[in-house]
Design a protein around this ligand. Structure first.
Ligand code: 5BU
Length: 259
């Protein structure tokens, strides 16, 4: 039962290199908080990460919303990742045929495979998408596969979720984890449950996002790494808010593994 196991134990069970690293970072820094830096200016992103970098295990980006993207931004982002010991997840949500995804992953303006430790990906197109990412990822990268979404009215069915998990089982070296909302979605303790849709202040936004509390996502729903965006990014004091989320989420995790 992965719910009761400590992250350092689960690191030993991971077949994917990034999952192993992420479990170990969480254990060392005592944080399972992932910040989603959904800001459109690279300066704003870097300033925010200077403040919250110490308190997170993972930084999630949407690189295609940045208005002044440059290779200097990536250099600075990588420096911060090293300085504060966090990993980088580009939330690209690939969803095309394998050949196109291979080009999107390794080419274009963003050259994501060059700097992101891991990426998100839909299972909708079938196995070819994982085949493509696997070929291009040289053993030291990872994929979070979308098995469920947080937003209301999404079209993912329980069958789709099950088939997604089955598909991932063929690529154990590649799969860092699943983006999902429920603890029964998968069993492998070496795999990470990434759960977005968490906020302390509100229960939804105006465009379909649904928020749960840290207690619910970690203790009931099995979230390992928890994604918080606007709850921190839009706060008056993002640093103190990040500490509040970190402490709350970590307490829930400790309670979970203490049975
Ligand atoms: P928020 O500000 O905490 O609502 O941001 C949540 C982030 O997580 C945002 O970047 C979304 O793109 C991302 N997300 C999500 O909210 N729900 C999902 O099911 C998936 C990703 Br997959």
């Amino acid at each position: 039962n992965r719910m009761a196991l400590a992250f350092e134990k689960r690191a030993e069970m991971s077949k994917n290199a990034i999952a192993k690293q992420l479990f170990n970072i969480m254990a060392v820094k005592k944080t399972n908080l992932c910040i989603s830096v959904d800001l459109t200016s690279s300066t704003q992103i870097l300033e925010l990460l200077e403040k919250v970098g110490n308190h997170v295990c993972l930084v999630k980006t949407h690189v295609d919303i940045i208005e002044d993207f440059s290779s200097d931004f990536i250099t600075s982002l990588k420096e911060l990742a090293k300085k504060y010991n966090f990993l980088i997840l580009e939330d690209r949500k690939y969803a095309d045929i394998g050949n196109t995804v291979a080009l999107q992953y390794t080419g274009g303006l963003y050259n994501i495979s060059n700097w992101a430790d891991c990426v998100t990906c839909h299972s909708l197109p079938g196995e070819g998408i994982l085949k493509a990412l696997n070929i291009k990822s040289n053993c030291d990268k990872g994929v979070f596969l979308l098995a469920e979404m947080s937003c209301e009215g999404n079209l993912i069915t329980p069958e789709y979720t099950n088939e997604t998990v089955k598909m991932a089982e063929k690529y154990p070296d590649l799969i860092t984890g699943f983006v999902c909302q429920h603890k029964d979605t998968f069993k492998d303790p070496g795999v990470i449950q990434l759960t977005p849709g968490v906020q302390l202040q509100s229960s939804k936004d105006d465009l379909g996002q649904v928020y749960n509390t840290p207690e619910k996502v970690v203790l009931e729903n099995g979230g390992d790494v928890i994604v918080v965006g606007r709850g921190i990014v839009s706060a008056k004091n993002p640093e103190s808010e990040a500490i509040l989320y970190k402490d709350t989420l970590w307490k829930c995790y400790i309670k979970r593994i203490s049975g």
